[in-house]
Write a protein that binds this ligand. Structure first.
Ligand code: NAP
Ligand code: HSE
Length: 428
């Protein structure tokens, strides 16, 4: 058997403690599978005195993650602290500079500094592995980078933030408004320390940026993502969408088009009978489409100690087995700068508006849509509430620009009350 693989683990929170637990419990299984022992040499976190529910007494302690990364008895630096900059990035760079391999779950760091880190890794003949950074326990990085390596990837999409999917499905199931369910999720500890990372779509967009790079051979381009969170999704829209046969999801979509790379993370409607429409609670789902394979749907836990540590262990096992490979699926120098598509592919749209109870009001709205080049597929009007009636419209495929044009014109008709809502309906 080869010499042991020696780990330095920085970050002993939910994921880090989970990784230590698996390494302790499954050491025989892991060494049988990889052909070598996998050992922890040293660990690091902020507070040495904290009880983490795992026995750390046999490992050296470092207060400083950079010092941990540089230790002579550390072959692989395992970064589980988080944060796009700061000690996570400093220690990752320190490890790479010494030619050490890195395993990380840090999507924020990779989304913001992926290209530079990939170049640093390749210059040092080291690897960075990050299965846990996207969709927790779902092996999507290996599926895309290895399993589908023979395909031209045509589209990547999915629900990549469990907290948002929990909030949206709980709103529907309990008939509760966003603010109530947000408070409930926060109380249950489901949200990041900065909840804007979840509900603002940022965490999910970090993940999408990484998947886009792997799928399309482009440099990670977080700034190129059209981003909208779930804060403005109302219970009225969730109920109305359900009435028309749809569910609302925070959906990430990446697709290479003739107009450039389209990357979107936004609330969308999907058919309620589709796999994405059926996705409940905090579960994640990633849909991968390739020219040879067709469509693959991956579903599973996107967060939590066990699932995320499971993904970290798969990377550690890869390194122990000698499986290497380029960080984003091809040599970093060959990754091209993405040209962001300036407009979205045409799609059907869901519109919800409140119409004043006046003769000809509905006709005016139809005229405005027609004049903007937007064709109506289905329409439903509900009973008048005092002096306004909710109207739902599903359009035929159209552009966002035409929808925006129509909405602006509607505001001038004096028959529409308040701001209409427009949400894209994604073909899934
Ligand atoms: P966490 O529970 O907050 O743990 C973070 C750990 O890092 C703690 O042990 C903390 O030390 C340590 N740490 C934080 N800042 C530090 C600093 N400046 N110097 C030294 N140590 C520091 O976070 P987590 O949920 O385990 O997440 C870790 C990483 O995994 C993040 O990149 C996250 O995005 C990613 N991830 C998490 C999940 C999940 O389900 N939680 C899923 C996928 C990916 P103390 O304990 O002493 O405070
Ligand atoms: N806050 C994230 C989520 C954790 O809810 O999916 C995993 O990245």
């Amino acid at each position: 058997m080869s010499h042991p693989l020696r780990l330095g683990i920085a970050g002993l929170g939910t994921v880090g403690a989970g990784v230590v637990q698996i390494l302790r419990k499954q050491s025989e299984l892991l060494s049988a599978r990889t052909g070598r022992a996998i050992e922890i040499s040293a660990v690091s976190a902020r507070d040495r005195s904290k009880d983490r529910g795992v026995n750390l007494s046999s490992y050296a302690w470092e207060d400083d993650a950079v010092a941990l990364a540089k230790r002579d008895d550390v072959d692989v630096f395992v970064e589980l602290m988080g944060g796009e900059d700061g000690p996570a990035k400093d220690a990752t760079e320190a490890a790479l500079a010494l030619g050490k391999d890195v395993v990380t779950a840090n999507k924020a760091m990779l989304a913001m500094h992926g290209q530079a880190l990939a170049e640093a890794a390749e210059n040092a003949s080291a690897v960075i592995k990050y299965e846990a950074a996207v969709a927790g326990g779902i092996p999507v990085i290996k599926s895309l980078g290895e399993g589908l390596a023979g395909n031209e990837i045509t589209r990547v999409m999915g629900v990549m933030n469990g907290s948002c999917n929990y909030i949206l499905t709980r709103m529907q199931d309990a008939g509760l408004p966003y603010a109530d369910v947000f408070a409930e999720a926060d109380g249950l500890g489901y949200l990041e320390a900065d909840p804007a990372l979840d509900v603002g779509g940022i965490d999910a967009a970090h993940k999408l940026a990484i998947l886009s790079s792997l799928a399309f051979g482009t440099r990670v381009d977080f700034a190129g993502i059209e981003l909208e969170g779930i804060e403005r999704v109302s219970i009225e829209d969730i109920n109305a969408a359900a009435d028309m046969g749809y569910k609302i999801k925070l959906l990430g979509v990446a697709q290479m088009t003739g107009r450039g790379l389209e990357q979107r993370m936004q609330p969308c409607l999907v058919p309620e009978t589709s796999p994405l429409g059926q996705l409940q609670g905090g579960t994640n789902m990633i849909v991968l489409e390739g020219d040879a394979v067709g469509q693959i749907v991956l579903r599973g836990p996107g967060a939590g100690a066990g699932p995320t540590a499971s993904a970290v262990l798969s990377d550690i096992c890869d390194i122990a087995r000698g499986y290497r490979g380029a960080v984003f699926g091809q040599p970093a120098a060959g990754l091209v700068a993405a040209t962001p598509a300036l407009s979205q592919r045409p799609a059907a749209y869901y519109l919800r508006l409140a119409l004043h109870d006046k003769p000809g009001a509905l006709a005016k709205v139809a005229t405005v849509l027609g004049e903007a080049g937007v064709s109506i597929d289905r329409m439903r009007q509900y009973g008048h509430d005092e002096n306004a009636a909710p109207v739902l419209i599903v359009t035929h495929k159209t552009t966002r620009a035409d929808i925006d044009h129509a909405l602006a014109a509607m505001g001038k008709t004096a028959v529409v009350d308040g701001d209409p809502v427009a949400l894209r309906i994604e073909e899934v």
